[in-house]
Design a binder for this molecule. Sequence first.
Ligand SMILES: NCc1[nH]cc(CCC(=O)O)c1CC(=O)O
Length: 305
Amino acid sequence: MPRFRIGTRGSPLALTQANMVRDALIAAHGWDRETVEIVTVRTTGDRVQDRALAEIGGKALWTKELDRALSENAIDCAVHSMKDVETLRPAEIVIAAMLPRADVRDRIIGATSIEALRAGAVVGTSSPRRAAQLKHRRPDLSITLFRGNVDTRLAKLKAGEADATLLASAGLARLGRHDVGTPIPVESMLPAPAQGAIGIETREDDSRARKWLAAIDDPDTSACVRCERALLAALGADCHSPVAALATITGDLLTLSAELLALDGSAKVADRATGAIGDPAMPKRLASDLLAAAPHAIARLFTGR
Ligand SMILES: NCc1[nH]cc(CCC(=O)O)c1CC(=O)O
């Protein structure tokens, strides 16, 4: 019986996700519960709570410390919300598996829909994508910065710091908050790339861990999320960019829908493309089509790769 160490951040959501991975491994391999250990690692993103993440300089906020723990062999795998994982990863680390994707939608809390918000309402969010999408639909709204974990944000809303907030359905559901807010259809608000997906990374050279993790991989989730991340990479965007994207599979085909926004919501370009599952050219093509169609206020946010 192996001893397998799962590295995770210490937030309630992260710990829940790590436990989902533990349960999936135990079920897939018939391991005893005690053989899988959960190791908590504190990240920069956990420490810095008072500024917008984009302001701190963005990348690797949630992954750096877990990457180090992996390379020092202090853990055997690391569990992430794929939405928070930058597209450029160290060569010695691989995404070995993704669990079946949860509900990809955002939920609105404090109103029953974006339209139902009163004129001039204040919405709390720290997501440039959500802020831009809201302002695009409702230029009368004002945005206030909401950071912290799910419970902190709900407490801020309750304290009257905003009229409404938006949170990912997946995170709320994993925390047992199925009853909070109303889902927004993806046709009204396209989610963040990789939203709702839990990924597990391991060392590239750890063939044993890779094999164990491959057994809990959901191939459709992996294909869709890899395609959404390929679009981000091709745009030169990261999880702080005002980009939404969602891939879906029908039969043998994968359709990728995406939109880029100006930060203030004053402009938006949207497009979609269809290709074979795993076709690396399709998301690149969609990225260049989007950039070609984008007005300056949008194009200047992206470097394109
Ligand atoms: N950036 C924070 C973050 N990262 C992943 C989730 C939710 C879970 C998921 O999308 O898989 C959240 C919270 C939120 O956006 O409401």
